[in-house]
Ligand binder design. Structure first.
Ligand code: NI
Length: 168
């Protein structure tokens, strides 16, 4: 497995729409394993393909990394949601930033796994939050998009400052 470079905010790939995966090739499997490795090393609990410069509908998640229970989602789609709550949230493409975001606390998501099996799972709490965050990445949407404009400006200003000192 290879550790991949995680793209940070400002890289155009994070705003590019992703394409459906039509066939689960060996390359797709390798990408998924490399993404899991990269996510665990970061460390993080979710990583979407655009974050490693690949515009495909693929993300990896492990909301409980101590138990090592990885989930690979190919072409995922949320088919039910309810009960919005506010919770703190970060993103590997925004190191150092953590914001309160409103999302559904209960969702049902369907996807294809690496063995081409059609899966459907109910997710609640942390897992529901991560799934929504990663699926947003596949739609070129970022967690700061949920924030009020003034707060986004503060974050963007801070990122410009970090870029200037080579810390981004
Ligand atoms: Ni993210």
């Amino acid at each position: 497995m290879t550790k991949l470079k995680i793209k940070k905010y400002g890289d155009f790939v994070l705003r590019r729409k992703t394409e459906m995966i039509l066939e689960i090739t060996d390359d797709i499997k390798k990408l998924a394993y490399d993404m899991l490795e990269t996510m665990y090393l970061a460390p993080g609990i979710g990583l979407a393909a655009p974050q490693v410069d690949v515009s495909l509908k693929l993300c990896v998640i492990d909301a409980d990394p101590k138990q090592k229970s990885p989930i690979v989602m190919i072409n995922p789609k949320i088919i039910a949601d309810e009960n919005k709550i506010v919770a703190g949230e970060g993103c590997l493409s925004f190191p150092g930033f953590y914001e309160d975001i409103k999302r559904f606390d209960n969702i049902v998501v369907k996807y294809t796994d690496l063995n081409e099996k059609k899966c459907e799972i109910k997710a609640q709490g942390l897992l529901a939050k991560v799934v929504q965050h990663e699926l947003d990445h596949l739609d070129a949407k970022l967690f700061i998009d949920y924030l009020p404009a003034w707060k986004r400006k503060v974050i963007e200003k801070e990122i410009r400052r970090k870029k200037k000192i080579g810390d981004w």
